[in-house]
Design a protein around this ligand. Sequence first.
Ligand code: SMG
Ligand code: MG
Length: 368
Amino acid sequence: MKFDAIELVRFSLPLVTPFRTSFGVQDARDVILVHVQVGGADGWGENVAGIEPLYSAEFTDASQLVLRDHLLPRLLAAGDVTAAEVGHLLAPVKGWAMAKCAVEAAVLDAELRATDRSLQVHLGGTRHRIPAGVSVGLFETIAETLAAVDGYLADGYRRIKLKIEPGRDVELVAAVRERIGPDVLLQVDANCAYSLGDARHLARLDQFDLLLIEQPLDEDDLRQHAALARQLRTPLCLDESITSARAAADAIALGACAIVNIKPGRVGGFLEARRIHDVCAANGVPVWCGGMLETGIGRAANLALASLPGFTLPADLSASDRYFRRDVTEPFVLADGHLTVPTGPGIGVTPNPEVLRALGAVTEAITA
Ligand code: SMG
Ligand code: MG
């Protein structure tokens, strides 16, 4: 594949309501789309980094620089590159998993569109619809959380994930479990906000029959996650810690998690994401697809990934309107609590140029 053009398309997309986690509040996505054109085919990949380096070290201003000055020049210099080679080509640049994922995704999308194949079929996905879970941010009061949960259940979401932090945990989960009853799937995500000294406190969550507790401790604390896992009945799931297939294998071997959240951006691409799926499947570890408040571009690709057979738990894949008044692609909508996996060539969707224009998207051409 020889690239005819590569550009970065950047825009801010406001959220319908601010999204608060243990590490901060966000009221918009600052999106960079990598757009490649090759042999008449377009390819799109979404950079999922945040505006600030709070979820991980990557953040959008820096992503733009790294994409422009370090990653995409390597792609242009290589000339003929397949998506399967992008990971190796970019490996000399340390870090920047999210930016690398956006590059690989764009190349893969173009390659698949050029040969009229869908990402789902390419990855080996089998399911046509994915049960949609919703991630509920932190609110000032429990009453506000309950109102939000009521609304999402009325929409049809199949699983609730509550963000928690010290001071907003046991009482909050108790109130939500009481409200929704025993049958609704419920899990929590701490985004690294606890320490091993909180083990006895976190064990109080065992009584609420949670599917899992996601990333309670620091991302580099695998050994301590293993120690915590031994003190809880609720399964531990890792998100931030799982940065590669190797990290997943280590975490499983150490007993640091019983479930894995897979996010392509966090692990450097969809092909590494599939390798993590395979490592977990080989070890009997269930996986589910995480989310980074993606636009339709990233959401479409995540749906293809989530259709692989090892993704046995509901995804953090909600309808477009959970985050955005107007998505940049055709909106993803809930049907009976599920999202439909796109079947068109590549990721199956493209950004609407009119929406990009209305958002004031800024395009930067990358030249050799
Ligand atoms: O895409 O619905 C989504 C977001 C799901 O909670 C979500 N993601 O740690 O899993 C996580 C968070 C990371 C993003 S918070 C800005
Ligand atoms: Mg998480």
